[in-house]
Design a protein around this ligand. Structure first.
Ligand code: NAP
Length: 259
């Protein structure tokens, strides 16, 4: 049983759907005050409404996490609404598929800005609030794709997800003086709206390559994020946790054919 995170002020980026929505709902169910962040209003408002319908506390803030002034506004608004910032879940990300032969420099920059630069911007903007609080928690949503595995079409995405882990190690050292930890969850294939957009063939082939024989649920990632955000994880920083149903383990499809 984890110490409750009641009344902690939490920012969850990319919380209008998918993994971020799962994190927002789980943290709110555990008593946290959650700032739901995305660019699109309608889906983000739905997340807020679902949390409030379950007697949770949530507010909505529209923000492009790749834009420094918008990120500063996101953090200031959260601090004003909830009395500070205790936990940042840097989750927003995009994963457009395009092979390098067709990938433009702008394609590359867009993925880096949304997935990697945003991680730095969101953490940087929260530092003054972690310093004031005398503690803080950052949970980054990375991926197995890039740090561990590869997939055609995701050279830019994989680089951005590996980049988050490179950032994490130095960030952990710099944030230590503010009694703040930073850790990353590395999801495998998690059933989200974004994953569904990749098509039925992708989903079927991925499920077949996972020893636990199913795609992950958003709650599988949210539970790991909740642990990293908890008091019980106070002495863990700069670390990663793979949550993938064992997907990175088989050396070939034959290896799991008979299990
Ligand atoms: P998703 O279903 O596509 O949701 C993405 C969320 O991010 C949406 O709320 C989206 O809202 C928001 N977002 C995108 N660009 C943004 C921006 N520039 N500023 C603010 N918000 C933005 O994605 P997901 O599958 O939940 O993935 C979430 C994270 O998990 C990503 O970082 C992804 O790389 C990582 N991940 C996912 C999987 C998986 O299997 N699903 C596996 C490994 C890692 P708006 O479009 O309205 O802004």
């Amino acid at each position: 049983m984890l110490t409750p995170i009641t009344d902690r002020s939490v920012i969850v980026t990319g919380a209008s759907r998918g993994i971020g929505k799962g994190i927002a709902k789980l943290f709110a169910a555990h008593g946290a005050k959650v700032m739901v962040v995305a660019r699109g209003r309608a889906a983000a408002a739905d997340t807020v409404a679902e949390i409030r319908a379950a007697d949770g506390t949530a507010e909505l803030h529209l923000c492009d996490v790749s834009d420094w002034s918008e990120v500063q506004g996101m953090v200031e608004t959260t601090a004003a609404a909830f009395g500070g910032v205790d936990i940042l879940c840097a989750n927003a990300g995009i994963f457009p598929q395009v092979k390098m032969v067709d990938m433009s420099p702008d394609d590359w920059d867009a993925v880096m800005a949304t997935n990697l630069k945003s991680t730095f911007l969101c953490v940087k903007a929260c530092i003054p609030y972690f310093e004031t609080a005398g503690r803080g928690r950052v949970v980054v949503t990375s991926s197995i794709t890039g740090p561990i595995t590869g997939y055609p079409g995701w050279a830019h995405y994989g680089a951005s997800k590996s980049g988050q882990l490179g950032f994490l190690k130095t960030a952990a050292m710099e944030l230590a003086r503010y009694n703040t930890t930073i850790n990353a969850v590395m999801p495998g294939n998690i059933m989200t709206e974004g994953l569904v957009d990749l098509g039925e063939d992708y989903l079927t082939s991925m499920a077949a390559s996972i020893p636990l024989k199913r795609l992950g649920a958003v709650a599988d990632i949210a539970n790991a994020a909740l642990f990293f955000a908890s008091d019980e994880a106070a002495y863990i920083t700069g670390q990663t946790l793979v949550v993938d149903g064992g997907q990175i383990l088989p050396e070939s499809l034959d290896a799991i054919a008979g299990i």
